[in-house]
Design a protein. Sequence first.
Length: 228
Amino acid sequence: MVRRVLAASSERLAEWLRTGLLGPSEFCAGWEALGFVRHEESGGTPADDYLDGLFDVSRFAEDVAGPEHGHLNLPARASRVADFFEVTRPAATDVVFDLGSGSGKLALTVAASRHTQVRGVEFVDAHVADSVRSATRLGLGKAAFACADVRDVGLDAGTIFFLSYPFHGPVAATVADALGALGRDKPITIYASGPVRDYGEYFLAQSSLELVERRGEFGDVMVMRSRG
């Protein structure tokens, strides 16, 4: 019974998004207002319950074979998405890239909450299929997903980049170099979480990028912008 009620509620929200009855500002205010206080019995929050149910996203990492130097998919917490919005303030003129988009939770939430183009890049085809299915169901034409090795994808259109420790080692080094080169050509913002060793160090080494601040409970988020 509870499952049927939740499914009906999710379908009603999906219809409102598809038809424009629920606009980006109203949608964002709705899930943010639910709050980010964790349930005692799990790591979820009311805001996560809302988003995970709407996007049909699993709350836990899925053990799916990914690329060498990649990590298991772990959907972004709603509180992290809200912080991303506070820091980057994506506008209609921006193009947000979610590198290692996994289940698509961040990309889908951005597309539903802002008048912003979103591009998700993910290696695991099953995750991309799920993301595309959700975007279609919700009428989120602003969101596109590519099943590819991130090193093979052109990033030139991007202005804002989200990375939730999706890879390390040589992959991280190559992506950092690409963003460093892009940062010499135009203003970009990077919101990247993860450890410094074998990941963050490659971004910090880019002379074209400036570390603006560290955020998060453990200072694990690096906010970087183009210098000048």
